[in-house]
Design a protein around this ligand. Sequence first.
Ligand code: CMC
Length: 431
Amino acid sequence: MDEPRGEDLLQITDRRTGRSYDIPVVEGAVRATDLRQLRLDDDDPGLLVYDPAFLNTGSCRSAITYIDGERGILRYRGYPIEELAEHASFLEVAYLLLRGDLPSPDALGNWTRRITQHTFIHENVKRFIDGFHYDAHPMGTLVSTVAALSTFYPQAHLLSDAGLRREQVLRLIAKMPTLAAFAYRHAMGLPYVYPDDDLSYTGNFLNMMWKATELRYQPDPTLERALDVLFILHADHEQNCSTHTMRTVGSSHADPYSAMAAAAAALSGPLHGGANEQVLRMLNTIGSVDHVPEHIRRVKAGEFRLMGFGHRIYRNFDPRAQLIKRVADDVLAVTGPSPLLDIALELERIALQDEYFIEHRLYPNVDFYSGIIYSAMGFPVAMFPVLFALGRTPGWLAQWEEGLLDPEQHITRPRQVYVGPAERHLPVPTS
Ligand code: CMC
């Protein structure tokens, strides 16, 4: 960081001791370690910042994704999400996130070719998948098989070798659709479909999901593009729970497969990437537009949350939700109308004018409409978090590598405020 100018100082007076301190403010932040100098005496380890759930703690400096939650802005490497969703492909966005700039046409061709070379998985991975129970949740299968990949690439732990790091990045981006589709086909009792490297990244994923007896699967171009856009919208979202997990596990210098398995596990929770699954279950439970007011009443009574609403960062709207609504129109024009969309629109309409939701600044988030699209495209709800993981893969990898290369980073190790018993002793034996 640059040296702070004189006016960029925070003056703190510690009224416990009467001492004053000048704490540098750089890039809108103070360093938590600078507060350690606020001590009562020589035995005091210094002032600790207590921040459960990291509501106001910057854990890294990052040049990847910019979010302004108040103004509903999301940019990858400076490019507005709206422009990327309109004009870029998912693989271009993956390149942008990982390399910092959009690829030239030649670089994109090379990148696509290299990813396409890695789409197959070792036949033994198929055998692990076979070992899962017939109704295994595909997210559990995905998490386990991503972790298992590390056993096939023992060089993956050689993190200081840039070439090897890039190799694992390509493998993970390339193999995620294959693992995701195989997890689905296993759960459905269907034979696995091998990658078709003549199709686009997303088209090949649809092929591995849906191919039946036809000689060659041809994806519907509207659905192929819609899914590509959904992947773009999910590709990164700065320091969310799963990305933080990716960086944290990466900070111990675990290999990227292990780190990404942990990130995917973090994503699977219903408050994170599992929310789109919960949205669809909720819409199905509501069942019809007439039942919406009763559902809202129960949410306000604190019985449960309105899934797909609310966000830690976005306080006025989630720009991804607005784009997704448009994608929903394109998809439903192909697949036919969805009664769930009517319920969702009514929920949104009522919630947005309700005092509770206005006061709590709750708006539809990315997950509110994505489930309707996935469902219309034929994905079962259990696949929704898997699709989220697929889209988030380049973001996780970009953040992982940025963390590894950041000289300021060390192994992640938060502190705690101890609130347990003071020192005590076992009773002395009497005999
Ligand atoms: N429905 C009803 N009330 C809510 C909701 C909701 N969806 N979200 C927050 N609230 C209320 C909450 O009850 C609390 O009220 P009070 O202050 O009166 O006790 C207040 O708003 C603040 O809640 P919080 O849990 O402290 O807020 P947070 O910023 O920690 O949580 C959230 C963010 C996304 C976890 C939360 O809004 C939520 O649970 N939403 C539903 C799940 C969901 O849609 N998650 C997907 C998030 S977007 C995709 C992703 O990034 O993973």
